[in-house]
Each structure stands twice: as structure tokens, then as C-alpha cells.
Ligand binder design. Structure first.
Ligand code: KIV
Ligand code: ZN
Length: 385
């Protein structure tokens, strides 16, 4: 039987930390409701201690949403945890996300502490969070650079304290996929009680490996992926939701599934991009404007013959109307005939030869021949003749 992979969306927390991406309450609620429709399992709605505005946003989302678990972030600090719990009072399924840095780097240079004291703080934080809610997720910040044996000790201790979800963040985007996978496999082997909890991947994209690392995690026992739409997030961003969901759907259909309605991926990507003022790069997988656009003559000819020649995903499956044939000086006759037919010109072979001569001259002058250019050109050639 296929294993469910829980989708934990942190667009409104890690994503919203990005400079310039701040949303007002109404915008946050709109995105949260869309995420609920999309089918995410958990929404990390904010970091309530960080500002009164963030507190109110988490509270409002908790009141309004019915289905997903609503999660609030905190550090391993009592005041943070108390405020996170207050912000979740109205949530139907509240989760407190608390944690602390566990790498040597963080222990020495961020906390000026010792490994033993960090475990004490982690256990105290989880115990305190449990006094408010049943569902407590613990993050070991910088787990990617944390020694595996020590990480296992931390994880065992927080499970004993009642953690229901273990988050293994590659905070600095440092791991290679095989290292991240081995880390998860090591924890699965060496942490007592780990089979009773959800193990979560939270990967950053500093080396462009966030998606690959999350998938390596899944292959080794991760059952929740933390991600954002369009991969937005601190620095180079987080694992992109649309990428991991489509990888699981395309490449592991018998092994894993998510509850995501993939037809909403493109509309939601646009909503997030527009409301957060973060343009999506044109060649971004799944949601970039070029993700289903074909521009070279060889590819255009192939895709017109059979879409599957150059597309592994049916665009409709991710909410794109259809693939797009871009007309440029690299396009061939097949592409011109295809686009001409779309606007009502069914060209015979000799007509196509004539049209192509005009087209290639036009295309050499313009970067792209758009529909209105094409219409004007064909009208000029055939209606004045
Ligand atoms: O990247 C990270 O480690 C985080 C934690 C707060 C979960 O965002
Ligand atoms: Zn993060």
C-alpha cells in the first residue's frame, strides 16, 4: 500500500520571512484558504512572538480554517511557547513547533552552550509545549550539519518528552542528497520510539538541493515534507511544494501519495507570486511560464506529433490550459502551421511555404512572434493577395 507523505506548508512563515514578501492579514487569510483548498495537511501560519501582527494572523487563520493542522513557530523559550499556544486557542488542530540549534556551530557560537545543556533545553521546551497542546513538533535547527550520533540523542530525548513530529532541518542547505538520506536512515535505526512519530524534512536551497534532499529523505523514512509555493523562503529558499508533490506523483505513484489537488498548483503559484511580489523565474519547474512552452523547431515538431515526446507532465494536471508553441526564428514549418491553425488559417503546403518565408523574416527582426504579429502577417499575405 502506498504511504501518505504529509505536506507541511510554510509559505506564510519561512516564505514570508523574505524581505519584501510581507502580507497583510487579509492577504494571509486568502493564501491560507487557498492552501486549505489545495489540500495541504499542515499550515505553518507564523511566528507569533515575533510581532503582534503575526500573532493576530495566526489567530485569525486558526479561527477561519477547518481542515489543516495550524502550526505556530517558537524558539525553545517559555514566553515564545506560551504566546504560540495563545495564538492557537481557536485552532481545531493546533500544533506548536519548537526547537533549538543542535550543530556544534550553533551550540558554541549561537548559544555559547554545551551539548548536554541543549538537550535539557529541548526537553524542557517540548514538555512545556505539551502542557498546552497534544501535537508538538520539535526542530533541531542546523540538523544538516549536526553529528548524527548526537542528533539521535536529542531526538530520543524529545520523543520521551512527548514530541509527535521530529523536524530534521537542513537549515543551511549544506547536505548532499545521499548525506541527508543517510542521516534519516541513521535516525530510523538508532532512535528508540521513532516509529511512533512523524519524521519531517525541512530543507533549504543554498546549493539548489532542497528538493533532491527532501526526496532522498522520503526514500529513507521521511513522512512529512516542509515546503513553500514557488520555493520561496529564507535566502535561496525552501523546498518547493509543487516540485516535491509532482515528483512523488510522477515517479513514485505506487509507493507514495499526497492529498494535494495538483490542478491548483499553477493558479496558487500565481496568487503567491502576485501577493508576495516575488516573480517566478520563467524556467521554474512546474510553475514557470516556460515550463510547458516549446521554442526550438525540433522540439515543436516532436510535441505537435505527440505531446509526450517532450513533456513528462500533462499541463492540465498542474492547472495549465495547454502546452504553448512559441514562435521565434528557431521555429520550423510545423510550428507555424500549428499556430496559424489556432487562429483560423489552415494552410496548404504551398501556402505554408509562402507564409514561412514572411514569417522567418519577421522572426529575425523580433524576439518572439506573438499572436497579433502572426495574425497581421497572415492577413497581409493572404487577404491582400
Ligand atoms: O530552517 C530552519 O531550520 C527553520 C526552523 C525554524 C524550522 O526554519
Ligand atoms: Zn527554514
Amino acid at each position: 500500500m502506498a504511504q501518505k507523505i504529509h505536506i507541511f506548508d510554510t509559505t506564510l512563515r519561512d516564505g514570508e520571512q523574505v524581505p519584501g514578501c510581507k502580507l497583510n492579514h487579509q492577504e494571509k487569510l486568502k493564501v491560507a484558504k487557498a492552501l486549505e483548498q489545495l489540500g495541504v495537511d499542515v499550515i505553518e501560519a507564523g511566528f507569533p512572538i515575533s510581532s503582534p501582527g503575526d500573532f493576530q494572523a495566526v489567530q485569525m487563520i486558526s479561527r477561519e480554517l477547518k481542515e489543516p493542522t495550524i502550526c505556530a513557530l517558537s524558539r525553545s523559550v517559555e514566553k515564545d511557547i506560551k504566546v504560540a499556544a495563545e495564538s492557537l486557542t481557536y485552532a481545531r488542530r493546533p500544533r506548536i513547533h519548537t526547537g533549538i540549534g543542535t550543530s556544534e556551530q550553533h551550540i558554541k557560537y549561537k548559544f555559547n552552550s554545551t551539548p548536554e545543556k541543549i538537550i535539557e533545553r529541548a526537553v524542557a521546551a517540548v514538555t512545556y509545549a505539551k502542557s498546552f497542546v497534544e501535537d508538538v513538533e520539535f526542530y533541531a535547527e542546523d540538523a544538516g550539519r549536526t553529528d548524527n550520533a548526537y542528533l539521535a540523542q536529542v531526538m530520543e530525548a524529545v520523543i520521551k518528552a512527548g514530541a509527535t513530529v521530529l523536524n530534521i532541518p537542513d537549515t543551511t542547505g549544506y547536505c548532499l542528497p545521499y548525506e541527508y538520506g543517510e542521516k534519516i536512515a541513521y535516525l530510523k535505526e538508532n532512535v528508540a520510539g521513532i516509529d511512533k512519530v512523524i519524521i519531517s524534512a525541512h530543507c533549504h536551497n543554498d546549493l539548489g538541493l532542497a528538493t533532491a534532499n527532501s526526496i532522498a529523505g522520503v526514500e529513507n523514512g521521511i513522512t512529512q515534507i516542509e515546503c513553500t509555493l514557488n520555493g520561496i523562503g529564507e535566502r535561496a529558499g525552501n523546498t518547493s511544494l509543487e516540485e516535491v508533490v509532482m515528483i512523488l506523483k510522477q515517479r513514485y505513484p505506487d509507493k507514495y501519495y499526497t492529498d494535494i489537488n495538483t490542478r491548483m498548483l499553477n493558479p496558487l503559484s500565481r496568487l503567491v507570486s502576485e501577493s508576495m511580489c516575488m516573480p517566478v523565474q520563467a524556467n521554474k519547474a512546474i510553475v514557470g511560464v516556460n515550463a510547458f512552452a516549446h521554442s526550438s523547431g525540433i522540439h515543436q515538431d516532436g510535441v505537435i506529433k505527440a505531446r509526450e515526446n517532450y513533456e513528462i507532465i500533462d499541463p492540465a494536471e498542474v492547472g495549465v490550459d495547454k502546452s504553448f508553441i512559441v514562435l521565434t526564428a528557431r521555429s520550423g514549418r510545423a510550428a507555424l502551421a500549428y499556430r496559424a491553425k489556432e487562429i483560423g488559417y489552415e494552410l496548404a503546403k504551398d501556402e505554408l511555404d509562402v507564409a514561412y518565408k514572411h514569417f522567418i523574416n519577421l522572426a529575425d527582426r523580433k524576439k518572439e512572434v506573438d499572436t497579433s504579429d502572426l495574425q497581421a502577417m497572415l492577413d497581409g499575405v493572404f487577404q491582400t493577395a
